[in-house]
Design a protein around this ligand. Sequence first.
Ligand SMILES: NC(=O)c1ccc[n+]([C@@H]2O[C@H](COP(=O)([O-])OP(=O)(O)OC[C@H]3O[C@@H](n4cnc5c(N)ncnc54)[C@H](O)[C@@H]3O)[C@@H](O)[C@H]2O)c1
Length: 152
Amino acid sequence: MADLCHLPCGSIGAIGIGGRGTAILKQAAKFGEVVAVCDVDQKHAERAKELFGGRPDTYQDYRRLLERKDVDVIINGTPDHWHTAINIAACRAGKDLYTEKPLTLTIDEGKQLAMIYLLPSAIVFIKASSRATFSGCFSARLVVSPISASKS
Ligand SMILES: NC(=O)c1ccc[n+]([C@@H]2O[C@H](COP(=O)([O-])OP(=O)(O)OC[C@H]3O[C@@H](n4cnc5c(N)ncnc54)[C@H](O)[C@@H]3O)[C@@H](O)[C@H]2O)c1
């Protein structure tokens, strides 16, 4: 059986690149190419761009990043109150998703988020520390994602 830790996960776009988002992105970069970074704070976006050799494009509006067809996986490292809106938008855009906890802030957000499961191709991974590994998260995409299958 192949070593899943060394399989790629596709092109990565990161939204919210503060403390946690940057740490996640460094891990994710072992499994795919970081092609786009987005933060409302332009300095944070520029810092992340530098971290990856100046290669990723920078955005301040996550909706513009989600319009990109070449981004396969979204990493959501924004603050708690942005999780639901961005997670739903990412899945609607056909992206696979890694999101930080908490998944939701309210019961109503939970109901909205449940609609994601009606979308056939999204893989959603919610990270809670010590409950899962990065390699399990990012490498799984290549193996089970219908998005990957349809693009290959
Ligand atoms: N799994 C864990 O163990 C763990 C640990 C720490 C933090 N977290 C979670 O990670 C998330 C981020 O925490 P942090 O400590 O990195 O916060 P942070 O404030 O350092 O980073 C958040 C970043 O998101 C940016 N941002 C805010 N709104 C945005 C938007 N609409 N679009 C794009 N960028 C936006 C901010 O400018 C900032 O750079 C929180 O939800 C927190 O609960 C999880």
